[in-house]
Design a protein around this ligand. Structure first.
Ligand code: F3S
Length: 244
């Protein structure tokens, strides 16, 4: 994008299932200013050009993960994506792929969170002693710090080609959370958790493609978590610790 341009075009996916027979693209001109993010551009459109445009946002500071969208061909957070860094005269903005569209850029996250629920993302009943504190050393806490940081924005899931072609694949976000509890010294239910992650739609469907790592806005490495669980599963099987 030339430096002297004062406007950029947002080419935005539009679809209102209550009115439209099929989706279409709509173009808006947005005035450039230093530090303009894609989210701020969308808010400009909403405030000054088209109040019917639907999209989600909340914190505006890459803390909540709600403004996940498909921006210029890559899953990104709109609040964290600087327009100038995209270096384009026209920026395409679409909803996250692979999820039902509610309206425009708003997708239904239910299928995503249903996968998250499958891995039982909480301490299992007898894992935490009732009345005592469950202490951890700094080293034990560090082992899961990265995975706690995942805020379930869904970008990794949207970037994974396996998840795109196999709707039942648990996907990187759910698997990261499975590993978050396996890596937690207070949980102690490794076999049960591995069994949840090892099903037909789980760990072994990952082809180690790394797209999930590239798009994560929190620096989480889902591929590492998945590979660690594969290693653990094989090791425990060889050691006779899991059912065949
Ligand atoms: Fe998908 Fe990441 Fe595996 S992109 S295939 S979950 S390494």
């Amino acid at each position: 994008m030339p430096i002297d341009m004062n406007e950029v075009t947002f080419k935005v996916f539009r679809f209102d299932p209550e009115k439209d027979k099929k989706p279409h693209w709509q173009r808006y001109r947005v005035a450039l200013r230093p530090g303009l993010s894609v989210l701020e551009g969308l808010l400009d459109i909403l405030d000054h050009q088209d109040g019917s445009l639907a999209f989600r946002f909340s914190c505006r500071g890459a803390v909540c993960g709600i403004c996940a969208m498909y921006i210029a061909g890559t899953p990104r957070l709109a609040c964290r994506t600087q327009v100038a860094e995209l270096k384009r005269e026209e920026i395409t903005i679409a909803p996250l792929p692979g999820l039902p569209i509610i309206k425009d850029l708003v997708v239904d996250m239910k299928p995503f969170f249903a996968k998250y629920e499958q891995i039982r993302p909480y301490f299992l009943a007898d894992a935490v002693p009732g009345e005592k504190e469950s202490l951890q050393t700094p080293q034990q806490r560090r082992a899961l710090a990265e995975y706690i940081d995942c805020f379930l924005c869904g970008l990794c899931h949207a970037a994974c080609p396996v998840a795109a072609t196999d709707r039942r694949y648990l996907g990187p976000a759910a698997l990261v959370k499975a590993y978050r509890f396996i890596a937690d010294s207070r949980d102690g239910h490794t076999d049960a958790r591995l069994a949840l992650a090892l099903g037909e739609d789980g760990l072994w469907r990952c082809h180690t493609i790394f797209n999930c790592v590239e798009v994560c806005p929190r620096g989480v490495d889902p591929t590492h978590a998945i590979q660690e669980m594969k290693r653990l599963a094989v090791w425990r099987r060889l050691a006779g610790k899991t059912r065949p």
